[in-house]
Structure formats: C-alpha cells, structure tokens
Design a protein around this ligand. Sequence first.
Ligand SMILES: [Zn+2]
Ligand SMILES: [Zn+2]
Length: 259
Amino acid sequence: MVPEVLKGFVLLALIFGPLEQLCGLRHQKLWRSGWATDTFYYFSGYFVGRLGAGLALWLAMHGVAWGIPPTWQSAIAAQPTGLQLIEAVVIADAGYYLAHRLLHTVPLLWRFHAIHHSVEQMDWLATVRVHPLDQIFTKLFQMVPLYALGFSAKTFVSYALFSAAIAFLIHSNLRLRFGPLRWLVATPEFHHWHHSYDPQIKNCNLAAQLPLIDWLFGSLHCPAKARPRTFGISDPVPEGYLGQFFYPLHKPDNINSLR
Ligand SMILES: [Zn+2]
Ligand SMILES: [Zn+2]
C-alpha cells in the first residue's frame, strides 16, 4: 500500500509541476536550487504536523477547554459543516496571524522563521520549508482554539484540506487572476509580497488565508500594478536540512533582515 504522504506528494507534483511550467508567473527551472532539501521538508513535515496537531489536541483538552461550557461545544458541533468551516477558517487564521506576527517581530522566533523566508524562488514546494519548531508553534495557535471550541470531526477534515490547498496555492509560481476574490481569499500575489526581498516591505500580508485580517491590522500590501521581483533574505541561512535545523540554535550575528 502506498503511504498517504507519498500519494499527496505525487498528486501535488502532478498538478503543480506542469502548471508552473505552462502558466508560470516567472520562468524558473523545475529543479530549482534547494528542491531536494524542500522535498525532505515535505516528508519530515508531514510527521511534524501530526505531532503538532496531537500536541494542540492535548493542550486543548487539558487546559484551554476547561473554560468553555460543554453546551457551547455541542452547539458549535451541531451547526452545518459549511458554517462551521467558515467559523474555523476565521478563528484559525486569526490565531495564525498572531503567531506569524510574533515570528516576525520577536528576534528569537525570527531565527526559526528565517528558514521559511530563505526560499529564493517561489513554487509549490517552497510551502513546506518550515523549521519544525516554527511549524509546531503556528499549528498550536491555529488548532488549540478549534479543538477547545469543539468543532466537528467533519469540519476538521474540511479545514485540513482547505488550508493545505491554500498553502500550496499561495506559494506556487502560477499566473492566476482572482479579480475581486483576491480581497477575500489569499492568492499567490498576496503571499509572494510577504516573501519579497525588498527591505522596504516588512511585516506585510501575515495571514495565511484571509487578506481581510491584514487589512484590519494595517499590514495589507497588494499594489495593483506591481509585483515583487526577488525573494529571500540576507540572513546567512545554510542550504541543507541539518544546517537549517541547527541554524536558530547558534546565535547568528546577522539577523538584520528581521521583518
Ligand atoms: Zn513570514
Ligand atoms: Zn510563505
């Protein structure tokens, strides 16, 4: 039997690989630099994500949920799945926004998040270059409130599919036009600005799914007639997985691109 994680990788590669070559926003090689490292992140991140979700569930059950009356939890779980999904996206993305803002503004946390921003070419595989502790940190902010509030199992499955699809889409090198929808749901254009190398553009577009959250907190940057040209950071992030894993633990003297 083919493991689920491998099936997902093949499916994503078959969808995004040809599309990025045919309708790419920028011309870039299929095997861009760092692809092997990022492929390793894909497979290891699958297990880190499960660990993060398990930890979030444990925290919700043993700490956070005590303050929420069980009648609220059953009322939330009794709503139609579509409505629960909308509520879950808003709550989880508000949590993600907060975590992401901390990752960009607290120097110790930035050392971990710098790994994600070390990608210099945006594509679907860039999504998964995330330090394991960064991945768990953001997962807790997203998932603990959802578990504590008692959303139904169906809602969790729908949310997991939706958030994974959006994450790969917003990193992908795809030329897509979303029209007015781009103010409602995150797009490649929205998230590529977040990865811009330009030091003038800092701490923008921190939400994962809802640009409205950035608009509310004054961090939205989506100019109509411009596109980011280069991506990455000036921090000396090494290229391989192990170098990146231990990078936050040495005290880098150069954290000048804290954004
Ligand atoms: Zn970031
Ligand atoms: Zn990103």
